[in-house]
Ligand binder design. Structure first.
Ligand SMILES: *Cc1c(COP(=O)(O)O)cnc(C)c1O
Length: 369
């Protein structure tokens, strides 16, 4: 048996028939950029998150980049974020000429340690950018309280957390603005790149809308220096169909995670811990083991693919060392040598999960399986 880290063909098989019709409709209509599909999807996604405005863009990275630009954050400004994330989070800050200021994460959630934010604030701090990592919401209440106290923007990186909830509210709609990616492997993914910005702030929404489209509001009139970054009609048509399945597919991920938890009880591994009053949507199922590399090798030999998210924290990446980053982040640097991600996607089967956990038990020699 082989267990792939993710198998995107299964979701495709489930929606194949409805996709065919939609794709044909878009191709026949003859409008491929900024047409009805994008507009409808933006509305449907706003409704899903519970926010006033959505702007479809070219990727999650561009969503973050454009939001920071639209907020007027640039040269010399600082943005509080984490190093235990995909590098794109911090890149969006640095590419705007601003400085990512890294705060350590909590051992329980792998998300930003809210007790360590205030000590990193300076007069140049403009925003806090928490990441809802692996599908688990960051602790938004203290973040909003700090932001409120110091007059900072809150930008949510919800690229791994479509449908996740914090105290009954969908993430991405809790701070000033949320950013999502539709990269194919995300909980809601297209068949190419895509992203979206979600906000209740109409002025900010309008700015992002102009920036994604060459800085133009009216054809051939550039009012600010913009870029070309739009969600295309085909991706929007696909996403409109997949959005209808999101809750169901997230539910399957949650069931899969619960089964992993149950089967891994008794193994010397730290399984994901969910904070009370949150809905974790398990973009990734991340566990921690002391001899991680050895375990991954053994699983690979048995046909099981695993991943590490992420092996090198952002501040230790070559590009960031070259920019002069040299802080020490104790928990971030400790966990990156122990964490690894087991196969997880909406349509993974119970049999596959049992195969993975049996293999882990055989390798640790514990608990028979
Ligand atoms: C995927 C991801 C991004 C970037 O999204 P792209 O669409 O790949 O550009 C940013 N932040 C996080 C946390 C991500 O997981």
């Amino acid at each position: 048996m082989k267990v792939e880290f993710v198998d995107l063909r299964r979701e495709y098989q489930e929606i194949r028939e409805s996709l065919r019709g939609q794709v044909e409709k878009v191709l026949s209509r003859g409008c491929y950029i900024l047409g009805d599909e994008v507009q409808s999807f933006e509305q449907e996604f706003s409704d899903y998150i519970g926010a006033g405005h959505s702007i479809g863009v070219g990727s999650g990275s561009d969503a973050l980049y454009l939001v920071i630009k639209a907020l007027g954050i640039g040269e010399g400004d600082e943005v509080i974020t984490v190093a235990n994330t995909f590098v794109s989070t911090a890149d969006a800050i640095a590419r705007n000429g601003a400085i990512p200021v890294f705060v350590d994460v909590m051992e329980e959630s792998y998300c930003i340690d809210t007790l360590k934010i205030e000590e990193k604030l300076t007069t140049r701090t403009k925003a806090i950018l928490p990441v809802h990592l692996y599908g688990q919401p960051a602790d938004m209440e203290p973040i909003l309280a700090i932001a409120n106290k110091y007059g900072l923007h809150v930008i949510e990186d919800a690229c791994q957390a479509h449908g996740a909830e914090y105290r009954g509210q969908k993430v991405g709609g809790i701070g000033d603005v949320g950013c999502f990616s539709f990269y194919p492997t995300k909980n809601l993914g297209g068949y190419g790149d895509g992203g979206i910005v979600v906000t209740n702030n109409e002025m900010l929404a309008n700015k992002v809308r102009v920036l994604r489209h060459y800085g133009q509001e009216i054809k051939n009139e550039s009012i600010v220096l913009g870029i070309n970054s739009r969600l295309d009609e085909l991706q929007a048509a696909v996403l409109r169909i997949k959005l209808k399945y999101l809750d169901k597919w997230n539910g399957s991920r949650i069931t899969a995670a619960a089964l992993y938890n149950e089967l891994l009880a008794g193994v010397e591994a730290i399984v994901p811990r969910e904070r009370a009053s949150t809905k974790h949507v398990y973009h990734l199922y991340v566990i921690r083991m002391k001899d991680r590399d050895n375990m991954r090798r053994k699983l690979s030999a048995k046909g099981i693919e695993t991943g590490v998210h992420y092996p090198i924290p952002v501040h230790k990446q070559r590009s960031y060392l070259d920019m002069g980053f040299k802080e020490k982040l104790e928990t971030t640097e400790k966990i990156c040598g122990e964490i690894f991600s087991l196969p997880m996607y909406s349509l993974i089967t119970e049999k596959e999960i049992r195969f993975v956990t049996d293999a882990i038990k055989e390798t640790t020699g514990g608990n028979g399986g």
